[in-house]
Write a new protein. Structure first.
Lengths: 472, 185
């Protein structure tokens, strides 16, 4: 059989600007997304060197990490200064900015796709590790640091050593009640948080084909949590259907030509992957993390593990520290873990479909006494759409708070933070120590599981929720 | 970028797996718009615990960090390597690194050295004492006099040894970039 080319290789090859033996490859960048936190020092670097932004037309900025999700002025002077710096930098360097209040703002990884900026076959970078999200469209998308942000601003290219590629094949069809978040958490639990280091993941399998674009974005978003450089799904009619008539998607004859081009970005037969991983989707249950990284995860019907089970001393040490931080005893059933806060939001799970799933669970129910629950749409557009559908009223009637778009409590760089010791069911992507607030305790779950936990006051299998929440 | 050839410095040991960049530089310091001054915030939340490894007096003034596997995983924040560098570290030695973190280190001249886990553990016994890291020779000398060789990408080594600016290097290919853009229309 002839050796075929993978989706990743096709995109890589199409973007090579310069190649020489013993040097990294210079790769062209089609879309550069910018936000306030990782860009100020990059713009300063340009100013110092007297450089311009090479392609302002391929650069798009938004405000997301620092913005408060309640209306009113920004109280924090440092946050305000950082947002002001972005505004000034965008003016000075002629970069398009979707500022707070523009109606198009939101989490950078939500607005790129929703504006139709993210397209199949593209190379996309952003000073943010969850740039992997955009791989859902069959793009090669990855996070970079601030030095690389400056590099891309100045030269629209990046010197890169070609990563290896892993095929992650999801076998079986998605069981009822299971969501893409459960699938990706299960995958990370299987491969570990360093399982993808140095690799690009290509996701394949029947279950993935059945995912909506929102679901594929959830999956690709968390590729980085397995350590992978990027995650990708080959584009298909679901992708094209999502993109059609989006603001920056091609139109008319351009659209037809784009479709022809995009269809070619599927992996050929006979690709030699450096590694293959198989995940049995049918064996998965809804997932809940119990530790301090996304690989520390268990099925909702499971228990908190015992460090003694781990043979490797590094693993054992990590689990011991995690359980101490999380204040959990080995053997505790996941369903007995009580929560104080619920956060439904983030670039992982704050798209319209995520909010619909959470609202379906919350509808006609009440948030448990003592629990505070927050719903933060991923973008201003998601918020508008959700309000048109009446989801906001469902949430508010059930006792959830309905907020403005932003990163919010995903990383607590804004007023939405956990207090020390608080325990949160969160639809975000990182349960690292202090991620949502110093000494806060994060459990990652799907939107439906988060809503179910809000109602029950503890984790509960959302597939059994209609049976009535277990009384405390 | 300042060139790196060789450094003799006290080695500090942080033997934990999967240390993420949220721990190295917590988010509350990411609002600063400067590139310098991050050293005092290094491991800020962990450092509040008097028992935290890096608070040990013998690690004062350390310039080499001996870390655990997958060091620097998670967030892309370059503020983490900025903090390490500003805090006096020029070298991090670990069994493996998060990809973006490793890349960020290379970009700013902080030398990330990956060694097999057993070799990292062996070097950790010299915590609090001086190691000499020589990028030219690609060796680490420990107090026993043993030289541990380490692999390093030849191009990256060249860049670090000479302190070459990446953007400057790329812009030598300006014509190729322009031609690429022209070809796509
Ligand atoms: S939602 Fe969270 S993970 Fe996503 S971009 Fe914002 S801070 Fe980063």
């Amino acid at each position: 059989m002839t050796v075929g080319k993978s989706l990743f290789e096709k995109i890589w090859d199409a973007h090579v600007v310069h190649e020489a033996k013993g040097e990294p490859t210079l790769l062209y960048v089609d879309l550069h997304l910018v936000h306030e936190v990782t860009s100020p020092q990059a713009f300063d670097g340009l100013r110092l060197a007297g450089r311009a932004v090479r392609r302002p037309d391929l650069t798009v900025a938004t405000m997301d990490h620092n913005v408060p999700t309640l209306p009113g002025p920004i109280e924090d002077p440092l946050a305000r200064a950082q947002l002001d710096a972005l505004r000034r930098n965008c003016e000075e360097f002629d970069v398009r900015l979707y500022a707070t209040g523009s109606g198009r703002e939101g989490i950078v990884h939500v607005i790129g796709p929703e504006l139709g900026l993210t397209q199949p076959g593209m190379t996309i970078v952003c000073g943010d590790s969850h740039t992997s999200t955009h791989g859902a469209f069959g793009a090669l998308a990855f996070g970079v640091g601030t030095s690389e942000v400056e590099h891309v601003l100045a030269a629209q290219t990046l010197p890169l050593v070609k990563p290896e590629q892993t095929l992650v094949r999801f076998d079986g069809s998605l069981p009822p009640g299971l969501t893409p978040k459960d699938v990706v958490l299960g995958m990370i639990g299987q491969v570990g948080v360093a399982g993808g280091v140095g690799h690009v993941f290509e996701y394949a399998g029947e279950a993935i084909r059945g995912f909506s674009m929102e679901g594929r974005m959830t999956l690709c978003n968390m590729s980085i949590e397995a350590g992978a450089r990027a995650g990708m799904v080959a584009p298909d009619d679901t992708t094209f259907g999502y993109l059609e008539r989006r603001e920056f998607a091609p139109t008319g004859g351009e659209w037809e030509r784009a479709l022809d081009r995009w269809r070619a970005f599927a992996s050929d037969d006979g690709v030699r992957y450096d590694r293959e991983i198989v995940v049995d989707v049918e064996a998965l249950e809804p997932q809940v993390t119990w530790g301090t990284n996304p690989g520390m995860v268990a099925p909702v019907g499971g228990v908190v593990p015992d460090p003694a089970q781990y043979a490797d001393p590094d693993d054992r040490g990590a689990v011991e520290r995690a359980l101490a931080y999380m204040a959990l005893e080995p053997g505790t059933p996941i369903g007995e873990i009580r929560i104080d806060r619920v956060f439904i939001g983030s670039c992982t799970n704050a798209r319209i479909e995520d909010l619909r799933a959470a609202a379906a669970v919350a509808s006609g129910k009440r948030v448990a006494p003592g629990v505070t629950a927050l719903v933060v749409p991923g973008s201003a557009a998601v918020k508008r759409l959700a309000e048109e559908e009446g989801l906001d009223r469902v949430f508010v009637a059930a006792g959830f708070e309905w907020r403005n778009a932003g990163c919010s409590m995903c990383l607590g760089m804004n007023p939405d933070v956990l207090q020390p010791g608080e325990r949160c069911a969160s639809t975000s992507n990182r349960n690292f120590e202090g991620r949502q607030g110093r000494l806060g305790r994060t459990h990652l779950v799907s939107p439906a599981m988060a809503a179910a936990a809000a109602i029950a006051g503890h984790f509960v299998d959302v597939r059994e929720l209609d049976v009535e929440a277990v009384p405390a | 970028m300042k060139p790196f050839t060789r450094r003799t410095a006290v080695a500090a040991v942080l033997d934990r797996a999967d240390v993420d960049t949220d721990q190295i530089m917590p988010k509350q310091f990411l609002k600063r718009i400067e590139r310098t001054g991050f050293g005092e915030f290094l491991f800020f939340d962990w450092a509040m615990d008097p028992g935290f490894e890096l608070n040990r007096p013998e690690y004062r003034g350390a310039g080499i960090l001996l870390a655990g596997r997958n060091f620097g995983c998670g967030s892309s924040r370059e503020h983490a390597p900025w903090g390490l560098q500003d805090g006096g570290f020029d070298v991090v030695i670990a069994p493996s690194f998060g990809d973006i973190f490793r890349q960020n280190c290379i970009k700013i001249g902080l030398v990330p050295i990956a060694l097999p886990a057993a070799q990292v553990k062996r070097l950790q016994q010299f915590g609090g004492r001086e190691l000499t890291v020589d990028l030219e020779q690609q060796t680490i000398e420990d107090p026993s006099g043993e030289l541990t060789p380490f692999p390093f990408d030849a191009f990256e080594r060249h860049r670090l040894l000479n302190g070459l600016d990446d953007i400057g290097l790329t812009l030598e290919h300006e014509d190729a970039i322009t031609a690429f853009e022209a070809a796509r229309g």
